[in-house]
Design a protein around this ligand. Structure first.
Ligand code: CP
Ligand code: NVA
Length: 319
């Protein structure tokens, strides 16, 4: 468990990507999430944890894209840690009328104890971090989605999938979520088989990061080969927020749908993950989405528990 709020460290620790924390700190986050989740089992969701480690702290959340899970999980996470959260969206804040990120960062640093931002261009979050003097947390950019992957690691471990050597198979678009999975693979030494159509591979930088960390990464256009003997099958929307909904992209993605055929090629006890929102019938078939192997709602709930650990680490109270 974390230290007390009274010991609040002045250190600002931004969480723009998983490597900002590193493997040891992320392992500590997952461990703390498991402990805190167990300690409050059955409690009302808005009741604070016994130790209220962020008593009185405020999180400012900026959304330049839609969200359900990230928005609700950070809000509930702050309540459970004894603090509170508020939302700025681009439509109703001055950011949407052209106020600079630099000024927004400096103002919010005077009014809040941490900032979470969901935006498009990753450079914006780097700019926010440059000018803020409170922790800045990446709630998704076009490049990466690290908070999601802390929840995914927690979900894999809960479902008895120890990370080193695990065979994780990704199907579909080589997007922001996959980038953070690849980053995690390098930190925790699990292997990733990436099955995408030609032209939709992940950025080479993330493949290199995983390999440098000791993970095996296979890039293939053969979905069946990627699924063969896999422990974890993962997919995501074919059309991410901000992307054009193109008929040719959908057609290219169709062979990568996670369906019963792919699941049967995986290990018998394989699990299916999806960060949600899902487009059932596109990237995943209904029978797989609704099957016992699908743990997507555990994964969604774990966003709360993971966010709490990310917040505590960013505030210098963990790891
Ligand atoms: N998985 C995820 O980030 O969901 P939201 O877009 O609803 O926040
Ligand atoms: N890749 C998706 C993830 C949504 C949580 C997107 O960026 O829209």
């Amino acid at each position: 468990m974390s230290k007390n709020a009274l010991d609040l460290a002045p250190a600002v620790q931004n969480f723009l990507d998983l490597s900002d924390a590193g493997g040891d700190a992320i392992a500590a986050m997952v461990s703390d999430a498991i402990d805190r989740k167990a300690a409050r089992a059955g409690w009302p969701k808005g009741k604070a944890d016994a130790d209220k480690p962020l008593d009185g702290c405020v999180l400012a959340m900026i959304f330049e894209k839609s969200s359900t899970r990230t928005r609700v999980s950070f809000d509930i996470a702050m309540r459970q840690l004894g603090g509170s959260a508020l939302i700025l969206d681009s439509g109703t804040s001055q950011l949407g009328r052209g106020e600079s990120i630099a000024d927004t960062a400096r103002v919010l640093s005077r009014m809040a104890d941490a900032i979470m931002i969901r935006t498009d261009d990753h450079a914006k979050i780097e700019e926010m971090a440059k000018y803020a003097h409170v922790p800045v947390i990446n709630g998704l950019t076009d490049r990466s989605h690290p908070c999601q992957i802390v929840a995914d690691l927690l979900t894999m471990i809960e479902h008895k999938k120890p990370l080193p050597g695990l065979e994780v198979a990704w199907f579909g678009d080589g997007n922001n979520v996959l980038h953070s999975i690849l980053e995690a693979a390098g930190l925790f030494k699990f292997n990733v088989r990436v099955a995408t159509p030609k032209g939709y591979e992940p950025d080479a930088e993330f493949v290199e990061m995983a390999r440098t960390g000791g993970a095996q990464v296979t890039l293939t256009q053969n979905a069946q080969a990627a699924a063969f003997g896999a422990d974890v099958l993962v997919t995501d929307t074919w059309i991410s927020m901000g992307q054009a909904d193109a008929t040719d992209k959908r057609a290219a993605m169709m062979p990568y749908q996670v369906n019963a055929g792919l699941m049967s090629a995986a290990k018998d006890d394989a699990i299916f993950l999806h960060c949600l929102p899902a487009h059932v019938g596109d990237e995943v078939s209904e029978d797989v989405f609704e099957s016992a192997q699908s743990v997507v709602f555990d994964e969604a709930e774990n966003r709360i528990h993971a966010q709490k650990s990310v917040l505590l680490w960013s505030m210098g109270l963990l790891g």
